[in-house]
Design a protein around this ligand. Sequence first.
Ligand code: UDP
Length: 236
Amino acid sequence: MESIKYTRVLLKLSGEALAGDKGFGIDNDVVNSVAKSIKELTSMGVEVAIVVGGGNIFRGRTGEGMDRTTADHMGMLATVINSLALQSALENIEVDTRVQTAIEMRQVAEPYIRRRAIRHLEKNRVVIFGGGTGNPYFSTDTTAALRAAEIEAEVILLAKKVDGVYDSDPVTNPDALKFDELTYMDVLSRELKVMDSTATSLCMDNNIPIRVFSLEDPNNIIEVVKGKSIGTLVKG
Ligand code: UDP
């Protein structure tokens, strides 16, 4: 039996990461390779719940000339599109997967029901939470924190395009410094761009550690679950 550090994880995939180098939409190669890593996790006996972002398709705050609530509804629908793409990639490689949405669309997916989600996880099914929290003015990072607390996940695996948390933007500043470990308070007081403050506070209040790493190599997901210190760890 392979050694594993976590038995129930909440994987947050940003929409941007799913777009790969295309920057927009869904890169099938990326989705397929992420699906393969998720399959490996389930075969190691790890219970995997996933929250997917929507930034590769639509972000509420960029919806110009539109009221914020309508734009956020569009953003939440974008996360459902990504959820279905990921479900399809997982089922293609025989991983039982259920999508649950915070906004009801019963013809498309199950509604979010916490107890049912937990039951799926116990049966070794991957559960993808689509539709964010179902509320405007929130983010999918906050959704990840909320669902992680609800299902009692041991950690949030925050898979991004960047390989950890830096003191400034590593894309524009070549001297940006990467942190190995941070406290929630550091993130909040230094306004580090890991998660928004709502999501960070929710993790802090519920003591949920966050491991931030790059999805460039989808194998990172497996290494992190095995206990390797990749990227940045945010905890109390
Ligand atoms: N969104 C929302 N409520 C939520 C989660 C998401 O209104 O609970 C909307 C919001 O407009 C957001 C968009 O969905 O911009 C996509 O989510 P996010 O920006 O978090 O995706 P990511 O940056 O992770 O790709």
